[in-house]
Ligand binder design. Structure first.
Ligand SMILES: [Zn+2]
Length: 240
């Protein structure tokens, strides 16, 4: 695999050895790029930039380190995007918290980082600061959900206010993938401190995409389903 984009590190508190996550690594084939990426992840949260120009969109995975399908899907996506000409810039955070990925853990320092995005000093908040600094226009945060939990089904979370485009993005992706749309009227009501909600509240349209897999494991075709959600997100913007 050839990756000719940029890798930067946006936090130096989150580093970990992702290659210690055995169920994850079963789906990622070794290459010079993976070697570079895992070296970067050891130092902190890696941020990849592919393509150039507008629109600028972001894909994040691994805010919950034990949700493996989207973290695998981002690697597949980077591989795919490296081969084609993009109409815009795609920023990808494949492992938001490499330390949590290494430990196959939902939490980092005992906390759920998808509830802390409004508070300075937390990685989810640092991600939002980078989104603002880079003038990224839209964000999709990818997760997995275990059967029988909330939401427990393949789905896309969105809200209609203050960013109506959050709903439009979710409507498009659910139309293409048959994921269920879960729409709230206002951002920040149900999930205060979620990356998606805090982006929407900051005026940056955002969604959360879920596929179904048990925590810490890779069930069925869950990475493929996450990958499909990611590609349809990029197709919404006509980047691919
Ligand atoms: Zn999650």
């Amino acid at each position: 695999m050839v990756f000719d984009g940029k890798i930067s590190i946006i936090s130096n508190e989150t580093g970990g050895k992702i290659e210690k996550n055995i169920p994850l690594m079963k789906y990622i084939s070794n290459s010079p790029f993976i070697h570079d990426l895992s070296n970067a992840a050891e130092q902190g949260t890696p941020l990849l930039e592919i393509g150039h120009g507008l629109p600028k969109v972001m894909i994040t995975a691994g805010i919950h380190g034990n949700e493996l399908p989207p973290q695998i899907a981002t690697i597949w996506l980077i591989n795919e995007l490296s081969k084609v000409k993009l109409k815009g810039t795609v920023y990808i955070i494949p492992f938001a918290i490499p330390h949590a990925t290494m430990e196959n853990s939902r939490r980092f320092k005992g906390m759920d980082m998808n509830r802390t995005a409004s508070k300075g000093g937390f990685i989810s908040n640092s991600i939002i600061k980078n989104i603002k600094n880079l003038n990224i226009g839209n964000v999709a945060d990818f997760h997995s959900t275990k059967p029988g939990s909330n939401p427990g089904v393949e789905s896309v979370f969105c809200s209609k206010s203050p960013c109506y485009e959050s709903f439009l993005m979710a409507e498009y992706i659910t139309g293409v993938t048959s994921s269920k749309i879960i729409c709230h009227d206002k951002a920040g009501k149900m999930y205060n401190g979620a990356l998606e909600d805090e982006c929407n509240l900051a005026g940056i349209p955002a969604i959360t995409c879920e596929v179904v897999s048990r925590n810490g494991l890779v069930d069925g075709k869950s990475p493929e389903r996450s990958y499909l959600q990611m590609k349809s997100y990029l197709k919404y913007f006509k980047i691919i």
